[in-house]
Design a protein around this ligand. Sequence first.
Ligand SMILES: [Zn+2]
Length: 125
Amino acid sequence: MPLVVRSDVGTTQRSKLTSRQRLSIWERARGICVLCEQPIDGVRERWIIEHIRALELGGSDEPDNMGPAHETCGRSKTRDDHRSAAKAKRQKIHHLGAAHSKRPMPCGRKSRWKKRLDGTIVPRE
Ligand SMILES: [Zn+2]
């Protein structure tokens, strides 16, 4: 059994949309892409339901946070969202002091060794 159970604390749970929910989101946005604001040709173009504020950035999984988007527009937004979510995670780790250096400063507090005032290096108990 693993000692630490990994859990993604910042991500909102994602639920599956029904066809009717997808249609109502499309109708509410009148078929306009929420990212590039160009009309989507639902017959000829591939489109997705996009979370306007990404779930991993704390956005809600409610219809008012969703809108239709071209698949290509959604893909580039997803890439940017992943980038900023990773940055936010790094900042949070650093801010909370959860960061753990792989190479501690020689003879520093996190090191296995310590240096006495007389200059001798002894293992830290
Ligand atoms: Zn678009």
